[in-house]
Ligand binder design. Sequence first.
Ligand SMILES: NC(=O)c1ccc[n+]([C@@H]2O[C@H](COP(=O)([O-])OP(=O)(O)OC[C@H]3O[C@@H](n4cnc5c(N)ncnc54)[C@H](OP(=O)(O)O)[C@@H]3O)[C@@H](O)[C@H]2O)c1
Length: 296
Amino acid sequence: MVPRRPAFAPINLLAVKLLITGAAGMLGTDMRAAAAEAGHQVVACSRADLDITNREAVAAEVAAAQPDAIINCAAYTNVDGAESDPDGAGAVNASGPRHLAQAATACGAWLIHISTDYVFDGTKTLPYLESDATAPRSVYGATKLLGEQAVALAAPDNHTIVRTSWLFGAAGPCFPATMLRLAREGKALTVVDDQVGCPTFTGHLAGALVRLASVARIPGVLHVAASGECSWYQFAVEIMRETATPVQVTPCNTDQFPRPARRPAYSVLRSARPDAPVLPDWHDGLHQYLKVRELA
Ligand SMILES: NC(=O)c1ccc[n+]([C@@H]2O[C@H](COP(=O)([O-])OP(=O)(O)OC[C@H]3O[C@@H](n4cnc5c(N)ncnc54)[C@H](OP(=O)(O)O)[C@@H]3O)[C@@H](O)[C@H]2O)c1
C-alpha cells in the first residue's frame, strides 16, 4: 500500500528540472531565486560553468543534466560594445542559442530563449506585437534576431522566444542604479525623452519565465514586458520621486546624447496572444526594485 502523505506536506506535482544559463547575470540571478522558490530543481550555469559559444560543452552539460527545460539568460548585452565587436556578439547571441536549441532538442527539453525589443526599428507609434516585422538598427539587435532564428530552426517544436525590454534588477548594473549613483555623486541628470519603452523588473519577468518553463508552456515568439510605457526621462523622474532624491532631471533628445549603437525610438512590447503572461505596471516594478534594494 502506498503511504499517504501527511496533509501538511507540500505537494508539488509540477516540480521540474531547470537549467539556467547566464545564471550570474542580472536576469539569471532572479531566475535562480524564482525557480528555487517555486520548488523546481535548478542547475545554475554561470559563464564560468558553461560558455554557450562552446558547442561541445553545451551538448555535454545538457546531456548530463537532462533538464526538463533550459532558460537561456546568457547574452552579449553591451549594446554599444557590440558595434565594434560583431563577431563576439554574434558568437554569444546567435551561435550560443543555436547550440542550446540543438542540445535541448537532442534531450527532449523545452528551451526558453530571451530576446529583446531591439529587434524592432522603433518606427511604430503603437505597441509592437509578435507579428510585427523585425528590423534591428544595431549589431546587438541583429545578433539577437539571428539567435531567435537559430532557436526556431533547431528547436522547432520545443521553444518559447521571450522578447522583453529595458530590464532592471537588483543583481545588475541597470538604469535606476546608475541614475541613483549619479544623483548621489551630485551630478546633473540629463536624460533622453524621445525613446519610449517598457521598463521591466527582472523579479517580475523571472516569475513569468518560471511558469512558462513548467506549467504554462507557450510555443513560438512571445512578448513579455511590464505594463505601461514611458521615456527614459520619465523613468528617471519617477526613480527620483520614489526615493525622494532632491535632484533636477532635465529632458534631452537622442541626438544630444550620441552613442555608438542606434536605438529604437519606440519599442513598447505588447502581446497579441491570449495566453501570454501579463506583468505588473513598470511603476510596480520600480517600487519592488527599490524595496529589494531597501531604498523604498
Ligand atoms: N538588460 C536589458 O535591458 C535587456 C533588455 C531586453 C532583453 N534583454 C535580454 O535579457 C537577457 C538577460 O540580460 P541581462 O540584462 O540579465 O544581462 P546580463 O546581466 O549582462 O547577463 C548576461 C549574462 O550572460 C553571461 N554571458 C556572456 N557571454 C556568455 C557566454 N559566452 N556563455 C555564457 N554566459 C555568457 C554574462 O557573463 P559575464 O558578465 O561574465 O560576461 C552575464 O552573466 C539577455 O538575453 C538580454 O539580451 C536584456
